[in-house]
Design a protein around this ligand. Structure first.
Ligand code: ZN
Length: 200
């Protein structure tokens, strides 16, 4: 195999590629060390599953990065991101230097903090929800949570309401929780009726 001569652009390019390959595997090693130290069992299991996926695809990533393919290391979590998505997603990730997951939650957090007090994005116990509007006569299979009835209290406005059409956008990762405090509470039917009775 021809090694490019020291100091040439080809040599620099080879160094850059080698460094990227090293960083891709090194991130995995560091991540495993962090997972072992996680106190929360659920977080540990989730992180372990993520890591299993990462290792399953590692040979493909290294082959691609070794051939000079794009990779950047997320500004937020450090994870290697190849940005192999359709435009405009790929260009956005390359521009903001985030991985797909951190970009998703970064956008969610920005939208959450930009919304009005009566905003529609709800956070309850660290999960993101949105009410798509009560539909008492709606087809349950089209409704959020299979049409389950929710009794809700919006902390920021004091609004009390009920809906059978709540959707979840997932649980907020621990590293984004601090910027997205709970702004609503899910009540039991009894609590809801008590709260309503107290207002009349
Ligand atoms: Zn990230």
């Amino acid at each position: 195999m021809n090694r490019p001569a020291y100091g040439t652009p080809e040599y620099e390019e080879q160094c850059r590629i080698n460094r990227n390959c090293y960083n891709v595997t090194d991130w995995g090693k560091e991540r495993i060390a962090k997972i072992i130290c996680m106190d929360d069992r659920n977080a540990r299991v989730r992180a372990f599953n993520d890591m299993t996926n990462y290792l399953s695809n590692l040979h493909l990533m290294l082959r691609d990065v070794g051939a000079g393919g794009h990779v950047h290391f997320c500004n937020h979590c450090g994870k290697p991101e190849q940005a192999q998505y359709q435009e405009p997603v790929a260009a956005k990730l390359k521009a903001n230097g985030l991985c797909h997951r951190c970009d998703f939650w970064h956008d969610k957090r920005t939208a959450y903090n930009a919304q009005q007090r009566k905003g529609r994005m709800l956070v309850m116990s660290g999960w993101v929800y949105g009410d798509s509007g009560d539909q008492p006569n709606g087809n349950k299979s089209w409704l959020g949570f299979g049409g389950s009835r929710w009794y809700l209290y919006q902390i920021t406005t004091g609004k009390l309401w009920t809906t059978n059409n709540l959707f979840s956008a997932g649980d907020i990762p621990a590293d984004f929780l601090a910027g997205m405090p709970d702004n609503a509470v899910s009540l039991t039917k009894e609590q809801f009726e008590l709260a309503q009775a107290g207002r009349t």
